[in-house]
Write a protein that binds this ligand. Structure first.
Ligand SMILES: Cc1cc2nc3c(=O)[nH]c(=O)nc-3n(C[C@H](O)[C@H](O)[C@H](O)COP(=O)(O)O)c2cc1C
Length: 182
């Protein structure tokens, strides 16, 4: 089973960072868009076949990694949003506000994992709300981009609407990064 071409075309054209991984074999990346490449500094070709934890480098992110592992293994959890300390290819740390959801087949088995990354570091509130708006639009439009295919994107909009605590946690992490550079 491969990713539907209309989905790839849609993700290529959207203005938020997107990555997609296979659900099996430690979730290797199979697709990233250009916005992801410019956000992280990594090219898709260098990342395909690898797990995206590579962006964490030496940061621990213990609790939020645990939440992600639970999300990946539990088919009843549709989507999550967690902040993670990540590093760009040039070594610059940033707080990655990671949104994750699932692409399920007609039997409701998860085939792929869908994610969007956002660099919350240096973000003014209006840029974050613009991103949230774009993420909502993308998630709303993806089902029609996949019309005729058997995949569905698991429910996700409430996770975006209820992100206040997650964003507060991201800002605490951001202060920690900044403090370690003073
Ligand atoms: C599609 C997809 C995109 C992901 N994007 C990121 C990312 O941008 N940054 C990150 O630190 N982890 C990302 N992850 C999470 C890690 O790949 C991994 O699942 C997480 O670190 C928990 O597993 P671990 O504790 O075994 O590392 C992504 C996972 C998937 C499936």
């Amino acid at each position: 089973m491969s990713l539907p071409q209309p989905l790839i075309q849609y993700c290529d054209s959207t203005n938020i960072a997107i990555s997609i991984a296979d659900h099996k074999n430690d979730t290797p990346l199979i697709y990233v868009n250009q916005k992801f490449e410019s956000l992280t500094g990594h090219s898709g070709n260098a990342l395909y076949g690898k797990n995206c934890r590579i962006l964490q480098n030496k940061s621990k992110n213990i609790q939020n990694r645990q939440k992600i592992r639970k999300f990946i293994s539990d088919n009843s959890i549709d989507s999550i949003r967690v902040p993670l300390i990540n590093f760009k290819k040039n070594g610059t740390p940033f707080v990655n506000l990671l949104f994750m959801s699932k692409l399920k087949d007609c039997l409701s088995n998860t085939q792929y994992l869908f994610a969007s990354q956002f660099d919350i570091s240096n973000t003014y509130p209006d840029i974050l709300s613009q991103y949230e708006h774009n993420l909502e639009t993308t998630l709303t439009e993806i089902p029609s981009a996949m019309t005729g295919n058997t995949f569905s994107l698991s429910g996700s909009l409430p996770v975006i609407a209820n992100a206040t605590a997650t964003i507060a946690q991201a800002k605490v992490m951001l202060d920690q990064i900044d403090a370690s550079f003073i």
